[in-house]
Every structure is written in C-alpha cells, then in structure tokens.
Design a protein around this ligand. Sequence first.
Ligand SMILES: Cc1cc2nc3c(=O)[nH]c(=O)nc-3n(C[C@H](O)[C@H](O)[C@H](O)COP(=O)(O)O)c2cc1C
Length: 184
Amino acid sequence: MKVVGVSGSPRPKSNSSTIVKTALEELASKGAETELFEMSGMKFEGCSGCMYCKSKGKCVKNDDITKIIDAISNADAIVFAAPIYFHRYNSQFRALIDRLYCLIRPDFSCALPAGKKAIVISTQGAPDETAFKGETDWLAETLNSYFKFNVVDKLIFVNGNDVNSAAGNQEFISKVKDAAGKLI
Ligand SMILES: Cc1cc2nc3c(=O)[nH]c(=O)nc-3n(C[C@H](O)[C@H](O)[C@H](O)COP(=O)(O)O)c2cc1C
C-alpha cells in the first residue's frame, strides 16, 4: 500500500514532521511504501478561486502543492499533521486544503475514489487538548464529507512550542504508532 505523509508546519524542524515521520516509519516497517511531504521550504500559492478546475478537472497552478495533491490522489492512505495558529490550522496547511478543491467536481462529487484512509494530527502550544479540538474535528469532517475519506483516528499533541517536544514524548509517539497501524 502507498501512504503519503504531510507535515503542514512552516518550521524546518517541527513536531508535525516528527509525528508524520514516526507514522511513516511505523508503516514502512510493516511493508508500506511511504512518501513524506514537509511544507516547510516548499514554494506554493493558495487557491485563487478562479474555478479553472471546474471545467478542466485540474488546478491551473503548478507548484509544490501540485506534487502533494498528485501524491494524495495516488495514495491508499494519508497522514496529516499541522500546527494550530490562533485557533485554526496554519495558513500554509490551509493553502493545501483549499487547493484540494480542484478534486471536487461542479456537482460537489469527488474525483478521488472513496475510502482512502487517513489520520489527522494537530499540534498546539497550549496544554489543554480540548481547547482547539473543533479544528481537528473540522478537518476530519471535511476529509470525510467532501473527499469520502475514512478518517480512522484523530490525535492532538499539546505543549508543542519546543520543536523537540514530540520526539521526547514517548507516550504520544506510541499513540502515533497505534494510529498509524489503523491505516493498514
Ligand atoms: C503564529 C502562531 C500562532 C499560534 N497560535 C496558537 C494558539 O492559538 N494556540 C496554541 O495552543 N498554540 C499556538 N501556537 C503554537 C503552535 O501551535 C505550537 O508551537 C505547535 O506545536 C507548533 O507545531 P510544529 O512544531 O509542528 O511547528 C501558535 C504559534 C504561532 C507561530
């Protein structure tokens, strides 16, 4: 099976990347073919709402997000992780989600085959894991309803301002590995 991991953090080293890499390594050890995308350092634009995709079936833009969309289209499962910035996902990650609109047909059906499995992970600085739970739920619901994904787990990583905090949290790393196992 092919699994794509997307770290939406703009930080070159980030907890989101550590988490996605952990999941991909777990899946690779079980025989999955994996591919990692780190949005940090990538060059891309947000959706400009031109609706080119609605008549042409693909986005008018060709940049690093195009590569992520192509990989997601060809994957069996996807691992998404991104930080919370002021109650919402960071703008770089939101640019990816908006650009996925090119996969939605004019009748709002999805061009992707239904049933791609996914896990969704949010990282945040605050210690209360319920504080921004609605954002994680929003992403899972968007993937399930618009793209007919099967989101099999949602995780929230707290106290994440230090880029090394996920790597040092064995309890959370175990949760990530367990979640990754549900993708197989
Ligand atoms: C512009 C900005 C806004 C942020 N807003 C919040 C916030 O509203 N709540 C919170 O808990 N953490 C907030 N944070 C902290 C990040 O969510 C936290 O550092 C996260 O773990 C970073 O993930 P990363 O290591 O994957 O980059 C913010 C950070 C930045 C840079």
